[in-house]
Design a protein around this ligand. Structure first.
Ligand code: E4P
Length: 218
């Protein structure tokens, strides 16, 4: 399973990259706003900085909600760097735009996916990635992982090439559940990725090894 980090923060992206296990980055307008990056030019420069840092897929989301706007914006974003993946909301004009980008060989991430029907349309339009939002479904009492599992099974059954990119991941349990259901990618906050390392027996075992070494070697 590939690991993407779900942030626009350059320090966090660098920390995830330096771990040596990073396969890409996802951003969204809220994450960009959190970094205080104002204005199209600055935002585009920020995407390029992220691409230069990680040299792998970086999702950059369009703000337009109409077909023409999405095409213009998506083509601008794709021209910034070959690692840009154009992130498009799962609405009718978005599906049409994904089809257009797919025909032009531009990578896409179909975002804000909350149902199997939406995921089916994204795959049929030729999306590179589909992003079901686990945490937001859990928040309303639905079952985010169950949706990821259904999309994975459906894509495998019909042989769709679209990769299932589990998003809105909030914790380590979500990541491990993604592994169990065979998601292709999990995009996670940095803390959740680092949380995979935590085990008390690792900490106590290491402390004992070092203490025993010190007893003999001083
Ligand atoms: C990433 O592609 C999504 O935009 C992100 O995971 C959404 O996460 P949230 O539900 O925690 O905002």
């Amino acid at each position: 399973m590939k690991f993407f980090v779900d942030t626009a923060n350059l320090d966090q992206i660098k920390e995830a990259y330096d771990l040596g296990v990073l396969d890409g980055v996802t951003t969204n307008p809220s994450l960009m706003a959190k970094e205080g990056i104002k204005g199209k030019e600055k935002q585009y420069q920020h995407y390029v900085k992220i691409c230069d840092l990680v040299q792998s897929d970086v999702s950059a989301e369009v703000i337009s909600t109409d077909y023409e706007g999405m095409i213009k914006e998506g083509e601008e974003l794709a021209a910034l760097n070959p690692h840009i993946v154009v992130k498009v909301p799962c609405i009718a004009d978005g599906i049409k735009a994904i089809k257009h980008f797919s025909n032009k060989g531009i990578k896409t991430n179909c975002t804000l996916v909350f149902s199997l029907g939406q995921a089916l349309l994204a795959a049929k339009a030729g999306a590179t990635y589909v992003s079901p939002f686990i945490g937001r479904l859990d928040d309303i009492g639905d079952d985010g992982i169950d949706l990821v599992a259904k999309i994975v099974a459906t894509y495998r059954y019909y042989g769709y090439a679209t990769e299932v990119l589990a998003a809105s991941i909030r914790n380590v349990t979500h990541i491990l559940q993604c592994v169990e259901v065979g998601a292709d990618v999990a995009t996670c906050p940095l803390d959740a990725i680092k949380g995979l390392l935590n085990h008390p027996l690792t900490d106590s075992g290491l402390a004992k090894f070092l203490a025993d070494y010190k007893k003999v070697n001083g």
